[in-house]
Design a protein around this ligand. Structure first.
Ligand code: UD1
Ligand code: CA
Length: 450
């Protein structure tokens, strides 16, 4: 079945009190808009239209960054949710199949819930997603009669009796594309806000003899974000669910409430994650790996049997093969570490490839940036990089080679060679007492003058 998605993201979100458009505020490391798009994309839609308005260019860039197939249409001025949907009509004119309206500020809707709405379309021309929040606050209320949905009343327009209804409107709507656009075109703005309410399509449908119905979901799914406090609450809710899911999946979290997951973090069974570990986007940790406390990870892959941290930072493109050990105060970016590599302490590896079994000594730095360009460092298998080696890229250290501690390596090192690139040591016998006598004499002379 063909499905078109219409994602509303034109509103200003003035209650965020922010220069950043509301739908671009991040939740679990991704903009709110991406969460809504991800749920919708799970239905494998044939068309996806994001309605933009406030800071449209920024929102459009974020939408296309999610998937270049996303189409955008501008709503200017923003006259309400029905008016917003109507802006997508020219793009989707004649689109066959179903249309689903999502909100860019409602990040948690599950694909299974959207599927349930599509199924409910067998019974109703218009299907609305409802929920029963602990505090119905200012949500629109669903006025039902038996199985059917009679109408939706906005809080501003509701009577006391209607405000007492616990079943609320999430905003998510499903209908055939043809019916949706036909209804939306008829919506007026004779209401308390003077806006074109999408919610009016229910009454309009019923006036035409079409039926409307409700699919209910858990209240957390339809949490809409309007304020920073709601954003913080949503983040907390996301994290609580992610921690519970990780524990259920057989991950050991020694202090679950201190671990922060990204929206797409994958951690395998029997992996161990210590306290205060932060996962940015794009992290995969395989089964049995261990992430010790206070690590910061993003865009990286950690294989089975690897140990990382405490206090390690893995940045995008860090790829750790099996049994790699990365220790404290180590930063790794865009580098592949083959099986069994050890990087124990105080090291920066960027734009590097390190062969199997190589040991990287404390304080090693790949000097990958010359102020203009980035350059690669390639280290062979079973090499030994002495402590405090500066590897000035581009440079290659051969398999089985060694660098002397404190070396500044500017030339390639052949296989099995020892590279020493530092000043030769000179010992001056008995020199220190004489040196101090000189210093003391100099100080005494200076005091007499002063
Ligand atoms: C809307 C619903 C309300 C529901 C609530 C759920 C209407 C009239 N009301 O109210 O029944 O309980 O959502 O959260 O639909 N938007 C546009 N263009 C516009 C106006 C809004 O794109 O002209 C977008 C916003 O960016 C936002 C979404 O639509 O993503 C919802 O708009 P918002 O103003 O937050 O609607 P509510 O007043 O919360
Ligand atoms: Ca809202």
């Amino acid at each position: 079945m063909a499905v078109s998605l219409i994602v509303l993201a034109a509103g200003q979100g003035s209650r965020m009190n922010s220069d950043l458009p509301k739908v671009l505020h991040p939740l679990a490391g991704a903009p709110l808009l991406h969460h809504a798009l991800r749920a919708g994309f799970a239905l494998d839609p044939s068309r996806v239209v994001v309605v933009t308005g406030h800071e449209a260019a920024q929102v459009e860039a974020a939408a296309r960054a999610f998937d270049p197939a996303v189409e955008c249409v501008r709503q200017d001025p923003q006259l309400g949710t029905a008016h917003a949907v109507d802006q997508a009509a020219p793009l989707l004119a004649g689109a066959a199949g179903e249309a689903i309206v999502l909100y860019g500020d409602t990040p948690f809707v599950r694909p299974e819930t959207l599927q349930a709405m599509l199924h409910a379309r067998a019974r109703h021309a218009v299907v609305v997603l409802g929920f029963r929040p602990a505090d119905p606050a200012r949500y629109g209320r669903l006025v039902t009669q038996g199985e059917g949905l009679e109408r939706i009343v906005e809080w501003k327009d509701a009577t006391e009796a209607e405000r007492a209804i616990g079943l609320c409107n999430s905003g998510v709507v499903c209908a055939s594309a043809g019916v949706l656009f036909d209804l939306v075109a008829r919506v007026g703005k004779d209401n308390a806000a003077g806006e074109y309410y999408l919610t009016d399509i229910v009454e309009l449908a019923r006036a035409q003899g079409l039926s409307a119905g409700v699919v209910e979901c858990d209240a957390w799914e339809t949490l809409g974000i309007n304020t920073r406090a709601e954003l913080a609450a949503a983040e907390a809710a996301f994290q609580a669910r992610a921690r519970a899911a990780a524990l259920d999946d057989g991950v050991t979290l020694t202090a679950p409430e201190t671990v922060w997951f990204g929206y797409d973090t994958v951690v395998g069974r029997d992996a161990v994650v210590g306290p205060n570990v932060i996962f940015g986007p794009g992290v995969t940790v395989e089964s049995g790996a261990e992430i010790r406390g206070f690590c910061h990870l993003e865009g990286c892959h950690i294989s089975r049997g690897a140990t990382v941290g405490p206090f390690a930072r893995l940045r995008p493109g860090a790829e750790l093969a099996e049994d790699v050990h990365v220790g404290n105060f180590v930063e790794i970016k865009n580098s592949v570490l083959d099986q069994g590599v050890k990087v124990g302490h105080l090291t920066y590896l960027g734009d590097a490839r390190v062969g199997e079994g190589t040991n990287i000594g404390a304080g090693t730095v790949t000097c990958n940036y010359d102020g203009v360009s980035k350059h690669r460092t390639v280290i062979g298998a079973r090499a030994f990089i002495g402590s405090d080696t500066m590897l000035v890229a581009p440079v290659t250290v051969g398999a089985g080679a060694m660098t002397a501690s404190g070396s500044v390596i500017t030339e390639n090192v052949p296989d099995d060679a020892l590279a020493v690139a530092r000043a030769r040591q000179v010992n001056k016998a008995g020199f220190v007492p004489r040196l101090f006598e000189m210093f003391k004499a100099a100080r005494a002379a200076a005091r007499k003058d002063g």
